[in-house]
Design a protein around this ligand. Structure first.
Ligand code: ADP
Ligand code: MG
Length: 477
């Protein structure tokens, strides 16, 4: 087993690092980021053998695992090890010198393990066909899916919880849980990511499934092309033999009657055969103009789930996850600044993080808040001008038609209790105030009341759509 080493050439200045302990912590972190199957298959028999001259060596049981970890997880591992050791180290993968560890303990991973157990001399033929992973990747490419859009990398919060649950249900029970699934929401809120995660999960479970993701434009272009070349039956055949069809940005169909007709028949064929259809749109079916009634009723006929704007807690969770995924190390206050500055588009939030990360990498300097604002070309004053707790309470009172005195008062009738709870909920979710302060703002004696209120509001938002949109309608920021 690896021993304690001095970590770098100037190791006497550094704390000594215990390899086993460090790796144990790292593995715990990794488990949060990969599926249990992947964890067992790829990480179980690895060790951190040494850290020397700023290089951490991770030993893998065989060449296959080494290649796979290197191409799929080196960034994640680097970030995690840097965070744990607080050192700017890089990592390399090596094949374990003693093979004693290579016998897999878990029965469930045994089959895959056999597929992938190669001797070190076999390393160049890493690209052997017919391993599960290879088949999955090939199927993902054929399906036009982005391999990084996974459930495992999708962070769940109140604004996307229902859509996420529906998507998982569809992935686990194709064609039989919600059909069609219709996901709608504003730009950059994760619709494509979530829905492609279904496709990726399905193919990971069974790479022989026929899945296809297309944009509305692609569908239309292929249709036109097939008409031009007199190959419409081929075009139809391609779509109608699928196990799952995902069509993105379906709102564009409003402009094309002929394509609607085609889509309607494709839908019917797939639906009758029990195949899964998933639609994405920037608005609900009712608000898509010029849609044939019979198509509209099909779109509405299954599960319609929306993704709304993320609250502060979800944004900060996403920023943290993306920072790890992309190997961008930034102090908490900057992550916090980014999460506060981009409230209505996660793509922008991600872009901002990357820009700051690049800046830090090139300049070697971690900027302060005004520096970050400059890099992002945003006005720190206007973006940072957060609603004050008082203003937020006032907004809630306006929305729910009560007076500030009543929400801060002691009367416990439902008319006052509910807006009071909404205040607590939003003070926490949007302004991220400490529980004690929230209690004080509302004249309550202790913070358990606040916790209870948050829970009540969350529950009610899940059950009652109208209530949810009223809460979301409170202007913040
Ligand atoms: P949309 O299709 O709604 O315009 P996308 O699915 O393209 O949005 O998402 C934009 C970016 O934000 C993507 O990089 C995606 O990975 C990321 N993203 C959105 N929501 C989440 C989430 N809940 N967790 C992690 N990443 C997310
Ligand atoms: Mg999209």
């Amino acid at each position: 087993m690896p021993d304690t080493f001095d970590s770098t050439a100037e190791g006497f200045n550094r704390p000594r690092i215990n390899m086993d302990e460090t790796w144990k912590i790292a593995l715990e972190q990794i488990q949060l980021h990969v599926s249990p199957q992947n964890f067992i298959a790829w990480f179980k028999n690895t060790t951190l053998s040494r850290i020397e001259n700023g290089i951490a060596t991770i030993e893998c049981p065989n060449a296959f695992a080494k290649e796979w970890l290197d191409s799929n997880h080196s960034k994640l591992l680097t970030t995690i090890l840097r965070t744990i050791t607080k050192q700017p180290l890089d990592i390399v993968f090596a094949i374990a010198s003693d093979n004693a560890r290579s016998a897999p303990a878990e029965a469930e991973s045994f089959d895959r393990y056999q597929e992938m157990t190669l001797s070190p001399e076999d390393a160049p033929i890493f690209n052997i066909p017919f391993t599960h992973q290879n088949l999955v990747e090939e199927a993902q490419a054929k399906a036009s899916l982005n391999r990084s859009y996974l459930f495992e990398t999708f962070v769940v919060g109140p604004s996307n919880r229902i859509a996420h649950a529906a998507a998982e249900a569809v992935a686990e029970n194709l064609g039989r849980s919600y059909n069609p699934l219709f996901v709608h929401g504003g730009v950059g809120l994760g619709k494509t990511h979530l829905v492609q995660a279904i496709g990726n999960r399905v193919l990971n479970n069974d790479p022989n499934k026929k899945v296809l993701y297309v944009s509305s434009e692609t569908f239309l272009n292929e249709m036109i092309e097939s008409i031009r070349n007199s190959r419409t039956s081929e075009f139809r055949g391609n779509y109608r033999k699928l196990d799952m069809l995902i069509i993105d940005d379906i709102q564009f169909f409003s402009e094309w009657q002929r394509a609607q007709e085609e889509l309607f028949h494709t839908y019917n064929t797939l639906f009758q055969a029990g195949k899964q259809i998933v639609f994405i749109s920037d608005r609900p079916p009712k608000q898509i103009d010029n849609l044939m009634d019979r198509l509209r009723s099909r779109l509405e006929g299954g599960m319609v789930a929306d993704i709304s704007e993320p609250d502060y807690e979800l944004r900060i969770a996403i920023v943290r996850q993306k920072a790890i995924d992309k190997g961008i190390l930034l102090p908490d206050h900057i992550l916090d600044f980014v999460a506060r500055s981009f409230s209505d588009n996660i793509r922008e939030l991600e872009g901002a993080l990357i820009r700051i990360g690049t800046h830090v990498k090139i300049s070697g300097i971690v900027p302060d808040e005004s520096g970050v604002a400059k890099i992002l070309k945003i006005d720190p004053a206007s973006k940072r001008k957060k609603t004050s707790p008082r203003e937020l309470i006032q907004e809630v009172c306006t929305q729910f038609n009560v007076s500030i005195r009543d929400v801060r008062g002691s009367r416990r009738t439902a008319d006052f209790v509910m807006p009071r709870q909404v205040c607590m909920y939003l003070l926490r979710k949007e302004l991220a105030l400490p529980l004690e302060q929230i209690a004080k703002e509302l004249n309550r004696s202790d913070h358990t009341t606040v916790l209870h209120a948050i829970e009540r509001v969350e529950m009610r938002m899940e059950e009652d759509r109208e209530f949810k949109s009223r809460v979301e309608g409170v202007k913040v920021g």
